[in-house]
Design a protein around this ligand. Structure first.
Ligand SMILES: [Zn+2]
Length: 138
């Protein structure tokens, strides 16, 4: 069986794909990973993602923890002060949405599955839905 390789960024299958090996930081480890790309634009996109990941990987986990903490706090606030729950929930949704718009990043699994380009679009759409939902809830 011939394995069809696709661009890591845009997921296009092309007969003239290139490959670059980049050092990727993970929490607690680092690894050289081969990325397949179809064009110079896609290569730039991959390099941008990897350098962003390498710079901020530790912050991402703090941020994830913070969001989880806020979600738990929100549950408590909603239970204790039902009057406050709506605006607090709305603020939380809008904040998450804005964050998603500014940093349209996801997990490596998502990139692997649908490519960098589609992932960014998906995260941005989710961000807009969150902001819209937050405003409606207010
Ligand atoms: Zn591509």
């Amino acid at each position: 069986m011939i394995r069809i390789e696709r661009c890591y960024c845009c997921k296009k299958a092309s007969p003239n794909l290139n490959k670059i090996s980049l050092l990727v930081e993970f929490p607690g480890s680092r690894d050289n990973i081969d990325f397949i790309f179809c064009s110079n634009d896609c290569k730039k996109e991959i390099e941008k993602l990897v350098s962003f990941n390498n710079k901020h990987i530790s912050k991402f986990y703090i941020l994830g923890g913070l969001v989880l903490f806020l979600a738990v706090m929100l549950t408590f606030i909603s239970a204790l002060y039902p009057d406050l729950s709506k605006p607090v929930q709305a603020i939380f949704m809008i904040l998450l949405g804005v964050l998603a718009l500014i940093y349209p990043y996801a997990t490596w699994m998502t990139y692997q599955l649908i490519g960098i380009r589609n992932t960014k679009m998906l995260v941005r759409i989710l961000g807009i839905i969150l902001i819209y939902g937050g405003i409606r809830l207010w």
